[in-house]
Each structure stands twice: as structure tokens, then as C-alpha cells.
Design a protein around this ligand. Structure first.
Ligand SMILES: C[S@@+](CC[C@H](N)C(=O)[O-])C[C@H]1O[C@@H](n2cnc3c(N)ncnc32)[C@H](O)[C@@H]1O
Length: 242
């Protein structure tokens, strides 16, 4: 597996370096998505992204056949309906009631999808539950580089041997992606995004290469695969024994 230099791993829940006023923090990111919930899905209607999205939706629908899936940060549930199509059970989780309410209002595979308020970093609301698959759409990019190994390890602790793990997220495409406004000392990149009320919010948004992603997966990850689309990537792997 290729290895690239990374910032030192941090524990889940570890404090971030002091942020400048208006800078992105995990709390400000959660608030930003609550404020944006009603119009979040505009991003799925960008014309140049439609071909990629149709291919990815079909791929995701095939990937979880018969599995008990934990979805991290489900948002408005765009991927929930696709992913759950053939799953045995799909637990769609998010921190924000504003986003999950929109997901819950959508048609979902009957008897399969269950929603739960869960903090993706602690996963504590899941108590001692485990799953045999995990999915996270557009979450990886929002996790600070120094926090990724700890977050992945906490996620893997919830997953059985042989579990299927799928992450998908954006590639940076000039002219389609919001420009990067700064890069911090750890190598995290940020964007300045506008909300409909005219306010601006700094958002942490990383654009990893396959090599950078593979390097942080930890010792249980087996056979990682990277599917590169024009605007997106999909990372998937299986988990080995503990
Ligand atoms: C970029 S959106 C992704 C939504 C959805 N997965 C999708 O692909 O359309 C990020 C989501 O993370 C959620 N979120 C932010 N902080 C969170 C946290 N600490 N725990 C769980 N969800 C969180 C937001 O409410 C938002 O729905």
C-alpha cells in the first residue's frame, strides 16, 4: 500500500488548534449544514456532474446486498435510498435534525432504513451496536487530516470482520468546485462558502489523492480500491480481523 507523509494522528474528540474568528471548526461545520439543509441538494443538480452521479448511484445500490449498513452523516438522504436498495438494514445517521428531517420525508426502501441522531466523531449514540458495512458520502473531506486515522479507527471498531466500507467525495475541478481559500499548517484546505442569507462560512474541505487516503486506512483495511470519476471519487475496502 503506498504511504505518504501525514500529520500526527489525533484521538476522536481531541481539541483542535485554536481557530481564528470565523474559521471552520467541527461545530461551525455542523451549524453550516443545518443552515444549508433546505437547499443543500442544489449541489446534486449541477449539470456537469449528472453523468458521474448516475453511475455512482447505480454502483452504490449494488454494493450493500444483504448487509447491515451504518451510514455516517446521511444529510438529506440523497445516497440513503440508493445504498439501502438491496441492504438488509440501513442505519442512516446525522447530527442535525434539520438535514435528517428532509431525509425522513423521502421514499425509502420499506422496513430497511432507520434514522438515528449520531455524532460521527464519537458514535456514542450507537451504544454497543455493530454493523457489517459502512457508508459515508461527502464526509471524509470534512474531517481534518490529523483526525482521520482516529476517526477511521473508531468507525472500524463498530464493524465486523469482512465488513464492506464505502466512502465517496469530491475531486477538485476548477470552474466547478469552490476555490480553495487557504491551507493550514497540517495541510487541510478550506473554502469560503456563501449561504442564501448572504452570510459567509469557512468550510474545511480536503481533496485527497488515492495514495493519501489509502495511507490512513489502518491495519484492518484490505484491498482498497479507488474509483475516479470526473468530479468525484469512491473509495472502498473490506475489513480484516481485529
Ligand atoms: C456534506 S454533508 C453530506 C450529506 C450526505 N451524506 C450527502 O452525501 O449528501 C455533511 C453532513 O454532515 C453532517 N454533520 C456535520 N457534523 C456532524 C457530526 N459531528 N456528526 C454527524 N453528522 C455531522 C451535516 O449535518 C451534513 O448532513
Amino acid at each position: 500500500m503506498p504511504v505518504v507523509p501525514l500529520a500526527s494522528p489525533a484521538q476522536p474528540g481531541a481539541a483542535h488548534a485554536p481557530a481564528l474568528a470565523g474559521s471552520a471548526t467541527p461545530e461551525s461545520m455542523a451549524r453550516y449544514y443545518a443552515q444549508r439543509a433546505a437547499y443543500y441538494e442544489r449541489v446534486y443538480f449541477k449539470p456537469e456532474r449528472q453523468a458521474d452521479l448516475r453511475q455512482m448511484e447505480a454502483w452504490v445500490a449494488r454494493q450493500f446486498s444483504g448487509r447491515r449498513v451504518l451510514e455516517i452523516a446521511c444529510g438529506t438522504g440523497w445516497w440513503t435510498a440508493h445504498g439501502a436498495a438491496r441492504a438488509a438494514h440501513w442505519r442512516a445517521t446525522d447530527l442535525n435534525p434539520e438535514t435528517m428531517a428532509l431525509a425522513q420525508a423521502k421514499p425509502m426502501p420499506a422496513g430497511i432504513v432507520q434514522f438515528q441522531t449520531v455524532d460521527a466523531y464519537s458514535l456514542s449514540e450507537l451504544q454497543d451496536e455493530t454493523f457489517d458495512a459502512a457508508f459515508a458520502g461527502f464526509w471524509w473531506s470534512h474531517v481534518a487530516l490529523q483526525r482521520l486515522p482516529g476517526w477511521l479507527s473508531a468507525l472500524h471498531d463498530r464493524l465486523a470482520d469482512g465488513a464492506e466500507v464505502v466512502m465517496l467525495d469530491n475531486r477538485f475541478v476548477a470552474g466547478s468546485s469552490t476555490p480553495i481559500s487557504r491551507i493550514d499548517a497540517e495541510g487541510n484546505s478550506y473554502q469560503q462558502r456563501a449561504l442564501d442569507d448572504g452570510s459567509r462560512q469557512e468550510v474545511l474541505k480536503n481533496f485527497p489523492s488515492a495514495e493519501q487516503a489509502f495511507a490512513v486506512l489502518g491495519p484492518r483495511a484490505r484491498d482498497p480500491q479507488w474509483l475516479a470519476f470526473e468530479h468525484y471519487w469512491i473509495l472502498h475496502y473490506r475489513l480484516g480481523t481485529r
